[in-house]
Design a protein around this ligand. Sequence first.
Ligand SMILES: [Zn+2]
Length: 169
Amino acid sequence: MENREIRYQFGSLDNITPETFGEPGNRTFRLSLFVESYTGLVWLEKEQLFELSKYFEDLCGDNPDRKDNTGFRECLLASDYQPTEFKCRQLSVNFDKDSDTFYVECREEGETIDDTSSLSFYLSGSQAVQLAKAGIEICESGRPICPLCHNPIDPDSHFCPKSNGHSKL
Ligand SMILES: [Zn+2]
């Protein structure tokens, strides 16, 4: 599944961490990627991180016969690689059920490979589950939980299915 259009191919990650910065309602989110001595930072919208986490959780959260490392891919970064950091506009994910491995592509906005940063990485099922847990946790943290519908409340507005509309708190 290697893609020549992708500038930085991290291969199977050693570690991936979701992080958040800033005040509730005005937070930013990123993924820190680690493989060998290489690192990368991908900034995401909260919705992207949340959807990615839910996707991981839904697809492999309860996989009974988890086998790790069958989908291991080598890191293809050059030795002169400099740590990359960009805001992800396009996120795409593939799941290979047989090897219990996710393939993720992150792209910055741009027309060609030269003016666009992009990277790809692979995650084992257990790494994906860990990321999903942590990702959902930080997406939902920092916001109070609605006593009616038990969903997190955004500071600006909350559409509450239990009260048929917006409730100001
Ligand atoms: Zn509610």
